[in-house]
Design a protein around this ligand. Structure first.
Ligand code: PMP
Length: 405
């Protein structure tokens, strides 16, 4: 086989379908969030304002976090030194796990190298190792959960997105004696809608199922101490597993689960994605701990964040720019066509210095292509005016193009 021609053909297929991903080459600047320098392929560069970062609160640039990481590097060096089991457990990992267990009101926590790995390894292990387990997965669950469940080879039922009724229907049709696990998210990343957690927990409890909640897009952002939607709604005790990331609102990198001491010990002892990989650098753990501690004590960033989100939505409404109405911080501006979405994103970047990555199929269904805008506490009024003004220019241009076509 001529491997390179095979690869090139497959990539051409992606290009033809409009699904080939092109990365923006950015350099973030400490203390200047959400400003960045973008490098073009020809070697030139320009300043941009980032409007699609998942560093939702700018904690990746926060002085407490940066200081904690620098101090940890000075104290401990660069790497962890091994897997968690073989010399890699550093004191900052232990402290971070205690902090996370406390954040979610659980006995224990376990950290992984990313949120993706935490879902893949924890769900995969639970589903594979609990004999006869059936997994009930929300239709819009993230790829990391889907892959973990697939990998487990457990029986899987997919329930209609955010529908406790459909979940109940599916669970009622199964053998009541089989162990069951219900996996879902709180804030869904592309539509920004929020799960009816209490109702889902009611259904799970009726059928004696374990509950597994991905709060990746909610931790740090919601709840009095940043514990997520379950904390905000007083429901943390109803979830057997709360999973999260250290890479979004906490600004660093890594993922985790929290749960009972026995459950975390079980995953720690059986999950190959936890056991056979080098532990996170201690400095990352120290940075994440600093971010979590800061956000536990300070509601300021969360309040400013919500206020900025509301302002963006208000101004978009005023200009008649179509965006999905949802109760979260994610503002999907709907374009509905892959080529147009890319065209708008390219002009925003080159002409207006605004960086918003287009979101196309297969990340979202065809016909719902969008710009996923994520305001942060650090976007000023002038930034928001500039963004909405630019979108308005482009929307007027599209309307004009349609009118003369
Ligand atoms: N769960 C959800 C819902 C996600 O959107 C993501 C990443 N976008 C992950 C898990 C994976 O988290 P991480 O980026 O930390 O790997």
């Amino acid at each position: 086989m001529e491997f390179d021609s095979f690869f090139a053909e497959a990539l051409d297929g992606l290009r033809e379908a409009g699904n080939y991903r092109v990365f923006a080459d950015l350099e973030r600047h400490a203390g200047q969030f959400p400003r960045a320098t973008r490098f073009r392929e020809d070697g030139t560069s320009h300043d941009v304002t980032v409007w699609c970062s998942n560093d939702y609160l700018g904690m990746g640039q926060h002085p407490d976090v940066v200081r904690a990481m620098k101090e940890a590097i000075d104290r401990c060096g660069a790497g962890a030194g091994g897997t968690r089991n073989i010399s890699g457990t550093n004191h900052s990992h232990v402290a971070l796990e205690q902090e996370l267990a406390d954040l979610h009101g659980k006995e224990s926590a376990l950290i992984f190298t990313s949120g993706y790995v935490s879902n893949w390894a924890a769900l995969g292990t639970l589903a594979a190792k609990i004999p006869g387990c059936i997994v009930y997965s929300d239709a819009l669950n993230h790829a990391s959960m889907i892959e973990g469940i697939r990998h487990s080879r457990a029986e899987r039922r997919v329930w209609k997105h955010n529908s406790p009724e459909d979940l109940d229907r599916l669970m009622s049709a199964d053998d009541p004696s089989r162990p069951k696990l219900v996996a879902f998210e709180s804030v869904y990343s592309m539509d920004g809608d929020i799960a009816p957690i209490a109702e889902i927990c009611d259904v799970a409890a009726k059928h004696g199922a374990l509950t597994y909640l991905d709060e990746v897009h909610a931790v740090g952002l919601y709840g009095p101490r940043g514990g997520g939607i379950a904390e905000r709604e007083g429901l943390m005790h109803r979830l057997d597993v709360i999973e999260g990331t250290l890479g979004k609102a906490f600004g660093v990198m890594g993922g985790y689960i929290t749960g009972s001491r026995q459950l975390c010990d079980f995953v720690r002892s059986f999950a190959s994605g936890f056991i056979f990989t080098t532990a996170l650098p201690p400095a990352l753990a120290a940075g994440a701990t600093a971010a979590i501690r800061h956000l536990k004590a300070s509601p300021v960033e969360r309040q400013q964040h919500q206020e900025r989100v509301a302002r963006v939505r208000r101004l978009l409404d005023r200009r008649g720019i179509p965006h999905m109405d949802n109760p979260s911080h994610i503002v999907p501006v709907m374009v509905g066509n892959a080529a147009k979405c890319k065209w708008i994103s390219d002009i925003l970047l080159e002409t207006y210095g605004i960086y918003v990555q287009p979101i196309n199929y297969p990340t979202v269904p065809k016909g719902t292509e969008r710009l996923r805008i994520t305001p942060t506490p650090f976007h000023s009024d002038a930034d928001i005016d500039h963004l909405v003004g630019a979108l308005n220019d482009l929307w007027s241009h599209c309307a004009l193009a349609r009118a003369v076509a």
